[in-house]
Design a protein around this ligand. Structure first.
Ligand SMILES: Nc1ncnc2c1ncn2[C@@H]1O[C@H](COP(=O)(O)OP(=O)(O)O)[C@@H](O)[C@H]1O
Ligand SMILES: [Mg+2]
Length: 352
């Protein structure tokens, strides 16, 4: 079990209002983010990744609500606080200084009427991190420089629309980093970018995590992003964590049929794009009554039990867990060393 935890999400449930009823879209998940670690949360569109992210800093849309669980924040002093229970004013204080967030489309979070430098400076002023306006401006220029904005002093006066998508994402990262947060939540930050810019932005996020000894929760549907950035990864399907492991271990020994499907649908050089692998099948229609594994209607390995009973998270090796009756029990004796034994990873899962 890891000692150096930063955020421990336990049994988090997020529900949305549907025809006067609350329907869970995140179903009691456990995620641990250790200090100085990039944790990936991967899964296809609609599986509940953004709802998870937005519940951390209380920015869920009005139709969604946290209906269960806790989010324990471990201060460096040793004090622990449940940020899920914080009042609006208290969580706002933490956003920017403890927790910062970047999104897929920076234009939706940037003010089009204000120059980028002043927008970043506002973070410093609001959180009273710098009282002197001139010094604040100098810090912003320095930050623009460190996120790779050329001619930062001149670009301070630029408006968001004058910048390219990649540059706007760099501005968002500068705005996120200016308060030296301990956790960066990045929700599909490179999905709207071309591959070259994507690689540059991923490299920048990695560098920022190292320079600022910061942790990150990297949300993506792209296994390529996971492999280039994350230390540890959680695989989510329909609001449930299906598998979790150190990244190298997950790529070497994927056990859940869904994880295997995600990995085999990565386009590879030389493959005919017309024959891209897909995951066939449907999701259960009556989700409320269905008690089995939600992936079983798309699974080729399923057994009778899968249809009637959701699997627990089976422990496969020290930090590798899988929620699958077939591969979980079959691999329970698997004892290979993890690739990077020096690092202690999250073992938030409940043992099966
Ligand atoms: N604007 C919306 N209106 C209604 N339901 C929504 C909306 N956004 C999300 N949901 C519901 O919440 C689920 C999880 O959404 P989300 O967390 O945004 O998925 P992800 O980020 O993994 O693509 C969706 O499958 C959908 O059922
Ligand atoms: Mg999303």
């Amino acid at each position: 079990m890891i000692e150096d935890k930063l955020l421990e999400i336990k049994d988090l449930t997020v529900s949305i209002k549907q025809e006067k009823e609350m329907m869970p879209v995140v179903k009691g998940i456990d995620i641990t983010i250790p200090r100085r670690t990039v944790v990936g949360l991967v899964g296809e569109s609609g599986c509940g990744k953004s709802m998870t992210a937005k519940s951390i800093n209380h920015i869920l849309p009005s139709f969604a609500k946290v209906t269960g669980g806790s989010m324990m924040w471990h201060e460096s002093s040793g004090k622990v606080c449940d940020i899920a229970a914080l009042k609006e004013k208290e969580i706002r204080k933490r956003c920017g200084t403890d927790i910062a967030m970047i999104f897929q489309e920076p234009m939706t979070s940037l003010n089009p009427m204000m120059c980028i430098g002043d927008q970043i400076k506002e973070v410093l002023m609001i959180h009273k991190l710098e009282k002197n306006a001139e010094k604040a401006k100098a810090r912003v220029v320095e930050m623009l420089d460190s996120v790779g904005i050329p001619e930062p002093a001149m670009r301070y006066r630029a408006y968001p629309h004058e910048l390219s998508g990649g540059m706007r994402q760099r501005v968002m990262i500068a705005m996120a980093m200016i308060g030296s947060p301990k956790l960066l939540i990045a929700d599909e930050p490179t999905t709207a970018l071309d591959v070259t810019t994507e690689a540059q932005i991923l490299k920048l996020i990695r560098k920022m995590c190292e320079d600022y000894t910061m942790s990150a929760l990297m949300i993506t549907h792209n296994m390529g992003v996971v492999s280039s950035l994350c230390d540890y990864v959680y695989v989510m399907y329909l609001g449930t964590i299906m598998e979790q492991a150190p990244t190298a271990e997950l790529f070497r020994n994927p056990l859940h049929p869904y994880t295997r499907g995600l990995l085999s649908s990565i386009p590879k050089m030389g493959n005919n794009p017309e024959f891209l692998e897909t995951i066939p099948g449907n999701i259960p229609v009556d989700k409320k009554k269905f008690k089995g594994c939600e992936f079983c209607l798309r699974c080729s390995d399923d057994i009778k039990k899968c249809f009637f009973e959701q699997a627990p998270l089976y422990k496969v090796s020290e930090n590798h867990y899988v929620r699958c009756h077939v591969t979980g029990t079959g691999a329970a004796s698997y004892t290979d060393e993890v690739e990077n034994p020096d690092r202690e990873y999250a073992t938030a899962g409940k043992e099966g």
